[in-house]
Write a protein that binds this ligand. Structure first.
Ligand code: PLP
Length: 363
């Protein structure tokens, strides 16, 4: 199976270059992060005793900061070692509830989480042709799919970048015993918060919203995400996990980021400017069809004379000749070799990516 994106260190080793010589367009992180507020807080934390002390087991300060940001109670918040850790516990609940419905192509980590608990799942095939504008309705499950107990939603969807409307997701809360909504990329999307299911947390015990700070703050190495859900569910998860899943540095970074509202606005302004610009430039290149996306990544389809064409050679040429990493889509069920996912970068990075693509495609 093709790997997850964001393997800069491993690729640099393979290519015999320094990691900072590689342009990272496979993992879809904010290209100008981490924010100054996070860097400052990390420096302060290192100078203090946070790594000499065990982290607070209750994560009170961080839970409070997250709760305040979202207008919820601290008991409805559970920070985790990245969103990935929290999927593991969501997977345990989903496996116990019954069969899960997984929209595909989709993020493969939900399957890993379910497999930990022998959780059964069935695919909900998403149409592979779509256009904007966003938000748009989530394709409602019908027939036998409605017999599933749980559904895993990604909003905006990875890898397609589609932003689902809150209005189209709300009926799922009545139809499924458990609705897990991964909003890892939502805070980056201009206007995205309006489509969040967060207002239903506290009113709907079968809802779990999971967020990640990895993409928003460009801190994949710190590992920090959080779940927002019914306090009883979260207390159960807290009793299952190991005692200190979130370390002192990640905790400090999270507290700083939650207070830094200007960061989200800066990120959204960048994406509103750079996303449409990159898509328009990509559309000029021969053999690539950029799909509409509300997120900070774009799925592109290889197409020549109306027929799908393989983009594997292009991906390898970008890596080996241009030192640019883009997301191999072979690990996304239903996609395969004629698709690539490109992260939106800053203007300089986008120009480097476009230049390399033009050179390889003859655009
Ligand atoms: C949709 C989605 N959710 C969650 C994650 C993982 O986030 P974290 O780094 O917080 O574990 C990813 C990472 O690629 C992702 O694509």
């Amino acid at each position: 199976m093709a790997p997850h994106g964001g393997n800069r260190l491993a690729v640099a080793r393979r290519l015999g270059c320094r990691p900072d010589q590689l342009l990272e367009a496979s993992a879809s992180l904010v290209p100008f992060g981490p924010p100054a507020s996070v860097r400052r807080s990390l420096r302060r934390t290192l100078a203090g005793s946070a790594i000499r002390d065990y982290p607070d087991r209750d994560q009170q300060e961080l839970r409070q900061a997250i709760a305040q940001r979202h207008g919820l109670e601290a008991a409805m918040v559970l920070p985790g070692n990245g969103a990935a850790e929290l999927f593991t516990w969501a997977g345990r609940d989903a496996a116990r509830a019954g069969v899960s419905l997984l929209p595909l192509p989709g993020f493969a980590d939900y399957q890993r989480a379910l497999a930990c608990w022998q959780g059964a799942w069935r695919p909900l095939a998403l149409p592979l042709r779509w256009s904007g504008p966003f938000p748009q309705p989530f394709p409602a499950p019908t027939g036998a799919d409605l017999a599933a107990a749980a559904i895993w939603i990604t909003n905006p969807h990875n890898p397609t970048g589609q932003l689902w409307s809150r209005e189209s997701l709300e009926p799922l809360l009545e139809r499924f015993a458990l609705v897990i909504v991964d909003e890892a990329f939502l805070p980056l999307v201009p206007g995205g918060e309006a489509e969040s299911l967060l207002p239903w947390v506290g009113r709907c015990p079968g809802l779990v919203v999971i967020r990640s700070l990895t993409k928003l703050a460009a801190i994949p190495g710190l590992r920090l995400g959080y779940a927002l859900a019914d306090p009883t569910r979260l207390a159960r998860w807290a009793a299952w996990r190991d005692p200190w899943p979130v370390n002192g540095l990640a905790t400090a970074a999270g507290v700083a980021l939650m207070a830094d509202r200007a960061w989200d606005q800066r990120v959204q302004r960048w994406l509103a400017r750079e996303g449409p610009w990159l898509a328009a430039e990509l559309a000029q290149l021969p053999g690539l069809v950029p799909m509409a996306s509300a997120a900070n990544f774009l799925l592109v389809r290889g197409e020549r004379a109306g027929q799908p064409c393989c983009l594997n050679g292009l991906r390898l040429a970008l890596e080996q000749r241009h030192r640019i990493l883009v997301r191999d889509c072979r690990s996304f069920a239903g996609l395969g070799e004629s698709w690539l996912r490109l992260a939106v970068l800053d203007r300089r990075g986008n120009r480097r990516l476009l230049g390399a693509l033009a050179q390889e495609l003859g655009g």
